[in-house]
Design a protein around this ligand. Structure first.
Ligand code: ZN
Length: 407
């Protein structure tokens, strides 16, 4: 695997500007196109699994993070509060959880609404020290593929299993497999919420869910969130370093801190449990991994440019370009340089499909289509477009994406 920072620069996916600041990457148009395709896929996947999406602001009153426990337990990783006036201090949020708890609390809830699955791809911030920042893998501002399930105690195990299933489907579609699974447990010290019964229940339910999902996980003492144990899905980078990409967490703490409740079948007020989960992690860390694991050659459905059109001589490719664009394909045209140089350049940029249109093809209403795996075929335009559209569509459900598609 190559370092994603080098590939990101060569493929013009993202950029760091010292004036913007370290750990605050800019997504260039090509990287942004790939990310948008992945975000659309993840939101659609979650909708199919019963999630409803919200938007929430990336900052909130400091008081909210006192309540959640972030300021007492997690302040070292947070940007300092910004005082607006004597009564109001705001912080850039270190997580979306409290905002989603506020979505749950927006009105009275009945047991009939549970499990209530709330999702968002939203910004969160971490006050990383300059020395540890690099590329997309350690940043100060990130967009998290986040979700919170509010459920009854007897629904927790099934919801954790369901979250693991969503995650596996996402990872297959994105074309990678975790290096290991970790059950992250409480360690020593004041970092953790002090409530032994809460830790015992949370750990037991995660162990049962892992067994039900048929997953072998290694124990990771001292790796839990401050409010509860979690299952972490680990991946390796180009240097063999392991990091957490996706996670599922059980939390009895925050629902109590925010006094969340629902009315059960007998009319009694009950406390929901919060399952925190991220199927694909932050877009930043996800793409650091995707760039390395695919060597920049993303599956066609999220390739920045899916089709490069190369006209030869005076051939007019505008009709073909227009039809490909109308199908929603990300298509570009290249005129400058010899045909072989243009084909080499498209290959260097890992473009999955190249269509060459010369005088002969234009006269026959055909294109010479070549794919990243090296296969070449002359096909009628309508047939080529149907093939491209199918190859560039995100895979649904259990279909496994092919690393390359032959033409
Ligand atoms: Zn959360």
């Amino acid at each position: 695997m190559q370092d994603h920072r080098r590939l990101g620069r060569e493929l013009e996916l993202f950029h760091s500007d010292p004036l913007v600041g370290a750990g605050l990457p800019l997504w260039l148009p090509r990287g942004a196109a790939a990310r948008r395709a992945v975000e659309d896929y993840l939101l659609d996947l979650e909708r199919r699994h019963g999630y409803r999406h919200v938007y929430s602001p990336p900052l909130a009153k400091a008081e909210m993070y006192h309540r959640s426990g972030h300021l007492p337990h997690y302040a070292d990783d947070m940007f300092p509060p910004m005082a607006l006036d004597a009564d109001n201090a705001f912080v850039l949020r270190p997580s979306l959880c409290p905002h989603h708890a506020a979505v749950f609390a927006a009105r009275g809830r009945s047991y009939r609404e549970l499990p209530l699955r709330i999702g968002e791809i939203g910004g969160q911030y971490r006050a990383e020290r300059s020395g540890v920042l690099g590329g997309l893998s350690r940043v100060r501002a990130m967009s998290l593929n986040d979700g919170h399930v509010f459920c009854a105690e007897d629904q927790v195990e099934a919801e954790v299993v369901a979250a693991l299933a969503v995650m596996r489907e996402a990872h297959r579609a994105l074309g990678f497999a975790p290096s290991s699974w970790r059950l992250s447990l409480r360690g020593e010290g004041p970092k953790y919420v002090d409530d032994p019964e809460l830790w015992r229940r949370g750990t037991a339910v995660l162990r049962r869910a892992l067994a039900a999902a048929g997953v072998d996980a290694v124990d990771g003492p001292g790796e839990a969130a401050f409010y509860g144990p979690k299952i972490d899905i680990q991946v390796l980078d180009h240097a063999g370093r392991e990091s957490t990409l996706a996670t599922v967490q059980v939390d009895y703490h925050m629902p109590a801190r925010f006094d969340l409740s629902y009315v059960d079948a007998g009319g009694a007020r009950r406390r929901p449990v919060m399952v925190h989960r991220s199927a694909a992690g932050s877009m930043e860390r996800l793409f650091a991994h995707l760039i390395e694991v695919h060597d920049g050659a993303f599956p066609a459905w999220f390739a920045p440019v899916q089709l490069e059109v190369l006209p030869v001589g005076d051939a007019d490719a505008r009709g073909f370009l227009g039809r490909a664009g109308a199908l929603g394909l990300r298509v570009e045209e290249s005129h400058s340089g010899s045909l072989s140089a243009r084909i080499r350049d498209a290959a260097r940029r890992r473009v999955p499909f190249v269509a060459v249109i010369g005088a002969k093809e234009a006269a026959e209403d055909s294109v010479s289509l070549r794919s990243r795996d090296g296969s070449v075929a002359v096909r009628p335009v309508a047939e080529a477009l149907a093939l491209l559209e199918a190859a560039c569509r995100p895979r649904k459900r259990d279909a496994v994406p092919e690393p390359s598609v032959s033409v």
